[in-house]
Design a protein around this ligand. Structure first.
Ligand SMILES: [Zn+2]
Length: 236
């Protein structure tokens, strides 16, 4: 089985170049079928408040329960909205994780209560952030499974830090083949998750990167599905 740990669904209301992408559930399933991907973790696209985006994700999961695993977006830069997104996305809509989180307001009064609320619910969190901040979060919230998207933008230091923190994982989206290979050698395949970032990044070549790696089939299986499924089972 192949599971993509990092995709997006929905149109959102972002007024950016990304809004031109058709991130409908059907578009994504079509890409998955072409790429040979069985299931995908879906995040919403970008919203100032994620209520509507999380509803889009929950609706996509309702329609395609065998293809999608829904994660909730959380507004990380406002305590009130962030806590609302956590409650509504996880407690009401029943989504199984949070992502892709982009904390830029590092005020402890904002960041810590939101992260505390996520940790309390025992679900994994995918972060699009720096290695340094991911390290801080993983240390401060040891029960929270922290997945660092893009290995902190191809940062080799992510490997060292993920080795130190038992709860810190890395996703392979946009990461160079060479750096993924290094990560498997130095960190172990158990801490690495295949992710593409479709529709913003082409899914098929992202998957091919893992398939052509000179590693064992057992290591590939961990990266391509087993690690994520284990995290979701343990996280509840
Ligand atoms: Zn993404």
């Amino acid at each position: 089985m192949i599971v993509d740990a990092h995709t997006h669904v929905g149109r959102g209301i972002a007024r950016t170049e990304y809004s031109q992408f058709d991130a409908s559930p059907e578009w994504l399933i079509n890409q998955m079928d072409k790429s040979g991907v069985d299931k995908a973790v879906i995040f919403p696209v970008f919203h100032p408040v994620f209520r509507h985006g999380n509803e889009e994700v929950a609706e996509a999961v309702r329609r395609y329960p065998n293809r999608f695993i829904g994660f909730a977006g959380v507004q990380m830069n406002c305590r009130k909205h962030g806590l609302e997104d956590v409650k509504y996305g996880l407690d009401v809509l029943g989504l199984r994780g949070v992502g892709e989180l982009k904390p830029t307001n590092l005020s402890p009064n904002v960041l810590l209560p939101i992260l505390g609320a996520i940790e309390k619910r025992g679900v994994p969190a995918n972060f699009h952030t720096s290695v340094r901040l991911a390290d801080y979060i993983a240390k401060r919230f040891p029960k929270l499974i922290v997945i660092l998207a893009h290995m902190g933008w191809n940062d080799p230091h992510a490997i060292t830090v993920a080795k130190e923190r038992a709860n810190l994982y890395l996703d392979t989206s946009t990461v160079s083949l060479d750096l993924i290979k290094q990560a498997v050698e130095k960190l172990g395949a158990e801490k690495i998750l295949f992710g593409s970032d479709a529709p913003f990044i082409y899914q098929y070549p992202e998957l091919k990167k893992i398939e052509v790696l000179p590693i064992t089939d057992a290591e590939k299986r961990l990266i391509l599905s087993e690690n994520l499924m284990r995290i979701l089972e343990e996280g509840g």
